[in-house]
Design a protein around this ligand. Structure first.
Ligand SMILES: [Zn+2]
Length: 313
């Protein structure tokens, strides 16, 4: 089985706890990831809502430098990819194809030029907000009906210009539609499920999901109990089925949020994908559809996105 997972906090936790990405007691490490025939992972640097200004920028750079040092130390297991070709080479060579992300636009410290600085450190995905308010706009935890702030609108256009994918998970609904207006290409929701199945402010409405599909974007279904409504395989299957019913066959992927959310023992660790896939196979999903959900949709999306940013830079 192949796995392309769109979100985890493991890198951030490794740096914080001073443990290695290669082997640790967190939800995933490079050795355990090798249980998959191919494995690509988006590694996020989380920006807590208590961190703002230059302290946020400095903290983000510190974790990104840790990521680069880990990739150098464990280069036989991990390749941090910057181009479509590097992504293919990593997968063909049996390495984890790692993609760096930042979870929280506060990492820019309100400076547009920080986009280029983060890009230079290898960032390819940026989640605009976490749950709170920042310089860009309002996270879904604010219960605000305001959209992106003027800085957020400028910054999201700058992300697109620099080849960093905007990620709308955690963003409030008005902000989502401002992102849709501000960018011309696809964008993603790295770890979100669906509001029609469980009404939660972190979840995507059908209209939001359809917009991401229409633009050729990506939605990584996550595993968080509060968002799913019930942390069972059946409930996850219901979110997936609803997404498929909305035409998401080429849009849906997984964003496990490992080390960012509590998991039941049955799902614990990176083996969660194998367990979910086995459950879905029992429900009659074909191997082809499972591979699309767990790997191919995200792989194709990143191939195209990385290639496009090479072509335009
Ligand atoms: Zn998150």
């Amino acid at each position: 089985m192949r796995l392309f997972d769109l979100h985890c906090d493991t890198l951030y936790e490794c740096e914080k706890q001073n443990v290695s990405l290669e082997r640790n007691s967190l939800h995933l490490d490079l050795i355990r990831g090798e249980q998959y025939a191919a494995w690509c992972q988006v590694f996020a640097v989380w920006m807590p809502d208590t961190l703002r200004g230059e302290a946020a920028f400095d903290r983000c750079c510190q974790v990104l430098r840790f990521a680069r040092a880990q990739a150098q130390q464990y280069s036989h297991r991990l390749r941090l990819v910057d181009t479509a070709e590097e992504l293919s080479t990593a997968v063909q060579g049996g390495l984890c194809g790692g993609i760096l992300a930042v979870e929280g636009g506060s990492a820019l410290a309100g400076r547009l030029e920080a986009v280029a600085a983060l890009r230079a450190l290898g960032v390819r995905v940026l989640t605009l907000t976490w749950n709170g308010e920042n310089e860009w706009g309002y996270g879904c935890g604010c219960h605000s009906t305001e959209g992106l702030k003027p800085f957020g609108k400028r910054a999201v256009a700058e992300l697109e210009r620099q080849g960093i994918l905007p990620d709308v998970s955690h963003l409030n609904e008005a902000g989502f539609w401002d992102v849709a207006d501000a960018v011309s290409g696809p964008f993603m929701a790295s770890h979100s499920v669906l509001r029609a199945v469980h009404d939660h402010p972190r979840n995507l409405t059908d209209a939001q999901f359809a917009e991401i599909c229409r633009r050729g974007g990506l939605v990584g279904l996550n595993l968080c109990e509060a968002q799913l409504g019930e942390q069972t395989m059946d409930r996850w299957y219901r979110h997936l089925e609803h997404g498929l019913s909305l035409g998401g066959e080429h849009t849906i992927a997984v964003g496990g949020d490992l080390d960012g959310t509590d998991l039941p023992a049955a799902w614990s660790g990176i083996a969660f994908a194998e367990k979910l896939a086995a459950y879905l196979a029992q429900k009659g999903y074909s191997d082809e559809l499972l591979d699309r959900i767990f790997f191919q949709n995200a792989f194709k999306f990143f191939q195209a996105t990385l290639q496009r940013s090479q072509d335009t830079l």
